[in-house]
Design a protein. Structure first.
Length: 223
């Protein structure tokens, strides 16, 4: 079977994880949500109250992060504990954005991400997959949508889990703050790779977006 890697980058709430998961299923390859790896580190740092770059770097030496697919879903582990259900809170989102700017954290996850892509055909989503982690990826997609649309989608997702715990305004403010942090950090900032195909999902539903991504992949991979 042909081995290939598909990199999907973009800001939070553009639909990366849902679409990357669907695409992986369609193409029969492994979906890797790299944000979940940063979130796993963030949770661990919150628990230890590691805040400065030095404290975070130091705490990494006592941490092991793994991922495994169980029943078709990606699970993430911090020192052997399955933390998958604990990493989707707003608090962990903000902390993930923060820890992901620490150079030692990025270096810590680089080998894991690359070795997964070497041993499997993957659809990997994140912020720097096409630019840093897999610069040789066969397909690179930069998935985006307006901040308002992304905030609205995130709001609906959060409301489903925790009704009334947030307002659309607070979610939009978080989205803008996270974009700002992710795009302006010094190391591996979120940006479109020169050879990435931009896909804007502002006015497309999930099925339409999936079709757009599928077309890009089919064309690039000659399927
Ligand atoms: O995709 P997400 O919202 O689960 O990502 C959480 C945070 O992790 C996000 O603010 C940026 C960071 N991240 C990153 O810096 N690089 C990646 N490859 C994936 C995520």
């Amino acid at each position: 079977m042909q081995h290939y890697n598909i990199a999907i980058d973009g800001p939070s709430g553009a639909g990366k994880s849902t679409l990357a998961r669907r695409l992986a299923k369609r193409l029969g390859c492994m979906y890797i949500d790299t944000g979940a790896l940063y979130r796993t580190i963030a949770l661990s740092m919150l628990r230890q109250n590691a805040q400065t770059d030095a404290e975070i770097t130091q705490a990494l030496s006592g941490l092991t992060v793994n991922m495994e697919h169980i029943g078709g879903e990606q699970h993430v582990f911090a020192n052997g504990e399955d933390v998958t259900a604990l990493i989707r809170t707003s608090e962990v989102s903000m902390a993930a954005s923060r820890v992901s700017a620490v150079p030692a954290v990025r270096a810590f996850l680089l080998d894991l991400q690359r070795s997964l892509a070497q041993t499997h055909s993957v659809v990997m989503d994140g912020r720097d997959i096409g630019t840093v982690v897999l610069p040789q990826a066969d397909v690179k997609i930069y998935l985006t949508a307006s901040a308002e649309k992304r905030a609205y989608r995130r709001f609906l997702e959060l409301e489903e889990k925790n009704p009334g715990a947030q307002t659309l305004e607070s979610v939009l403010a978080d989205v803008i703050r996270r974009d700002e942090q992710d795009m302006n950090r010094e190391i591996a900032p979120l940006r479109q790779a020169d050879d990435a195909v931009p896909v804007d999902t502002s006015d497309a539903d999930l099925d339409e977006s999936e079709q757009m991504l599928l077309r890009v992949c089919e064309e690039k991979l000659g399927l």
